[in-house]
Design a protein around this ligand. Structure first.
Ligand SMILES: CC(=O)N[C@H]1[C@@H](OP(=O)(O)OP(=O)(O)OC[C@H]2O[C@@H](n3ccc(=O)[nH]c3=O)[C@H](O)[C@@H]2O)O[C@H](CO)[C@@H](O)[C@@H]1O
Ligand SMILES: C=C(OP(=O)(O)O)C(=O)O
Length: 438
């Protein structure tokens, strides 16, 4: 296990380019299973979860060729379905969330598939009903093998139909969509998630020959086709990394330029950070964050206390709420952070409180942050990163704190942020990776 040793209190400066989007990559990589032709993908982030999925595809028989630092060609001509029965598959597929999305493509192309309970962040219940109810609507049989804890689905023929998704689940929408593209007839997916990840996936599938319309909305219409062909695809910059860097700049009082962010795909993310009082300038396709001594949280128009809450896209992504929360610690004013989707994602605030932050955890879903306006500094402590985004929030806190912090379980951060130590060192951050036990 590795840990990060961080010496806080140093300003950062310079330019940083976000990696390709983790959650998009996990969908796009699974989609290569839909065709026997080569699919070339660029801007693939070099992060643990994505590398695990690439390895899993290779184990399934997909030919994987690395073309450059972040470009690969995948050819799923021969897929070894027997591998899905192996203990190795159980171990590997269970170690990340994104593996769940092999189900839809395998079902569509081979008529059956199975997956162990997937991994990912432990941030509360993460049910999969949307996925399986969607597959069932298309005519698949679903079975949960309680002894082996495997989910299996099979169907000789998928038939398009009207599906009102149980909830606007991101991976659920991707999964059902990938099954529907090769189903007979037309599928209408209502209450579909419409994150940029899903938009990118839909556009890629159309380039492969699928017929999906309504992209960007919560109503997707999919006319099934007989087969899909190869294509080329480039991943968007990771909007969660972009938001993390905005928060990091504000908390450490730094001037940062975040390069090539695809502003048009960021939705309300810049505006939510502006509500915390952070001055952001959009310069071409870059975001410039000036050095700010003080940033004041806005109130609502009626003067009441600001609430920042998550919601399915185009609402504010839950993956940035931990970053918003930590960034508010040194703002001027008060904000209520309301994490509506996940019930265990705010518990990491006890570490921030230990560091000296003024936070009241109202209940598992809501925390009030009383900004300190830099009147008091956080102090460095030893802490353990509970999940990927809390991990980065703690890292931001540590970079802004007085003294040294140690963040254990740093591999949580590596799941989603590539070369974080080296990239932040280039901005002047004082941190290093150390080995830790356990
Ligand atoms: C690999 C991947 O892509 N992971 C992302 C994906 O996870 P994932 O696809 O697993 O998350 P879902 O969208 O299924 O749901 C997330 C949580 O929100 C709840 N929920 C969802 C939709 C809804 O309308 N109402 C509602 O309450 C669900 O019950 C669940 O607890 O989307 C999440 C929500 O953006 C992100 O946090 C994860 O980073
Ligand atoms: C929750 C996240 O990831 P996963 O769904 O892979 O656990 C995340 O990216 O914030």
């Amino acid at each position: 296990m590795s840990a990060l040793r961080v010496v806080g209190g140093h300003r950062l400066s310079g330019e940083i380019t976000p990696q390709g989007a983790k959650n998009e990559a996990l969908q796009i990589l699974c989609a290569v299973l839909l065709t026997e032709e080569p699919v070339t993908i660029h801007n693939i982030p070099n992060i643990v979860d994505v590398n695990k999925l690439i390895e899993l595809l290779g184990d399934m028989g997909v030919q994987v060729e690395r073309l450059g630092p972040d470009s690969y060609r995948f050819t799923a001509k021969h897929v070894n379905l027997e591998f899905l029965e192996s203990p190795e598959y159980r171990k590997k597929a269970a170690s990340l969330r994104g593996s769940i999305m092999v189900l839809g493509p395998l079902l569509a192309r081979f008529g059956k598939s199975r997956i162990p309970r997937p991994g990912g962040d432990k941030i509360g219940r993460r049910r999969l009903d949307t996925h399986f109810l969607g597959f069932q609507s298309l005519g698949a049989k679903f079975n949960y093998e309680s002894d082996s804890q495997f989910y299996s689905i099979d169907a000789s023929n998928l038939q398009g139909t009207y599906i009102l998704l149980d909830e606007a689940s991101v991976t659920g929408t991707a999964n059902v969509l990938m099954a529907a593209v090769l189903a007979r007839g037309t599928t209408t997916l209502y209450n579909a998630a419409c994150e940029p990840y899903i938009q990118q996936l839909s556009n890629m599938l159309n380039r492969m020959g699928a017929r999906i319309s309504g992209i960007g909305s919560n109503l997707l219409t999919i006319e099934g086709v007989e087969r899909l062909g190869g294509t080329e695809h480039t991943m968007l910059p990771d909007m969660i990394e972009i938001g993390s860097f905005i928060g990091m700049a504000a908390m450490t009082g730094s001037e940062l330029t975040i390069k090539n962010v695809r502003v048009d795909m960021l939705g309300m993310i810049p505006d939510v950070f502006r509500r915390l009082g952070i001055k952001l300038e959009i310069r071409g396709d870059d975001i410039y964050v000036p050095r700010q001594e003080s940033y004041q949280i806005e109130s609502f128009i009626d003067g009441s206390i600001m609430t920042i809450a998550d919601a399915p896209w185009p609402g504010f992504t839950p993956d940035l709420l931990s970053i918003v929360l930590v960034t508010a610690i040194q703002a001027k004013g008060t904000v209520l952070v309301h994490q509506k989707m996940f019930e265990s994602r705010l518990f990491f605030v006890d570490k921030l409180i230990d560091m000296g932050a003024q936070i009241i955890l109202c209940d598992p879903h809501r925390a009030t942050v009383i900004g300190m306006d830099r009147k008091n500094s956080l102090k460095g402590i030893k802490m353990t990163s509970p999940d990927i985004r809390a991990g980065v929030a703690l890292l931001i806190a540590a970079l802004s704190a007085k003294g040294e912090s140690i963040i254990y379980a740093a591999d949580q951060i590596d799941r989603g942020y590539s070369h974080i130590v080296e990239r932040l060192q280039k901005l002047g951050a004082k941190l290093e990776r150390i080995e830790s036990e356990g």
